[in-house]
Design a protein around this ligand. Structure first.
Ligand code: ADP
Ligand code: MG
Length: 231
């Protein structure tokens, strides 16, 4: 298969943590492919390796073995500096606890990402406002996280992840802190932004809710993607 046609292409990835007691094999040879515009769920119990896999795909960690291509770029060929730069420019991250800075407004939280990625001032302002609008929060731009609901805070985090116009968004348990109804809204929003912006979104979750919204469910068990029998 041509790597360049895929947003995310993971080949035989192993990740072994060297701990004092015994090595932990967190990923045992993972293969997966996600195309642009696809919203994909990575399902699995706690400890199955979801966070480890997302971290490897997002360049926060490196596999012990195997290869990862994002939009045709081989992550293993980049040195640490190149990988950091690549991550700032091409990847959006979303976390369970939103990860917003409490003293900054919604706008400033989004704009900070663009500062870190060294976007020029004008573009920072335009893009921050554009993506706050896309998540339905233009009127909340000047509010701080503590003035917002959990769902609104997660929307800010989504705007922040979108702001640098990444090729992929990696969302780790992004609905884990939200009530049922809000989780539905956020999943619908993920689906919309994946399609509208042609971004591949990989969402790690153990929630059955996700199946209604995603294009594909990948099941991770003990560090391996498994086929669940249909029915
Ligand atoms: P999940 O996100 O699905 O809960 P993780 O990727 O966090 O799974 O963890 C997968 C396995 O790797 C678990 O057994 C976990 O204990 C282990 N693990 C995760 N991070 C580390 C680490 N830094 N050092 C050692 N073991 C780790
Ligand atoms: Mg995890």
């Amino acid at each position: 298969m041509n790597n360049d046609s895929l947003a995310i292409h993971v080949q035989d990835v192993k990740r072994i943590y060297q701990s004092a007691a015994a090595p932990v094999v967190a990923l045992k040879g993972v293969n997966l492919a996600v195309a642009s515009g696809q919203f994909v769920a990575l399902k699995g119990r706690s400890g199955s390796g979801k966070t480890t896999l997302l971290n490897c795909i997002g360049g926060l960690d490196r596999p012990t073995e195997g290869a990862i291509f994002v939009n045709g770029r081989a992550l293993h060929n980049m040195d640490d500096q190149a990988l950091t730069l690549w991550r700032q420019q091409e990847v959006g991250f979303i976390f369970q606890n939103f990860g917003l800075l409490p003293t900054l407004s919604a706008f400033e939280n989004v704009e900070l990402m663009l500062r870190i990625a060294r976007f020029p001032r004008r573009q920072r302002k335009d893009q921050a406002m554009h993506y706050l609008e896309q998540v339905g929060l233009s009127k909340w731009a000047d509010h701080r996280p503590y003035e917002m609901s959990g769902g609104q805070q997660q929307r800010v985090a989504i705007a922040r992840a979108l702001a640098n116009q990444p090729k992929i968004i990696l969302a780790d348990e992004a609905t884990g802190e939200l009530d049922f109804e809000t989780a539905h809204e956020i999943l619908q929003l993920f689906r919309t932004v994946a399609k509208e912006n042609s971004i591949a979104i990989l969402l790690a979750s153990h929630d059955n809710l996700v199946a209604e919204y995603v294009d594909q469910v990948l099941n991770l068990q003990d560090g391996q993607i498994i086929d669940l029998a249909p029915g």
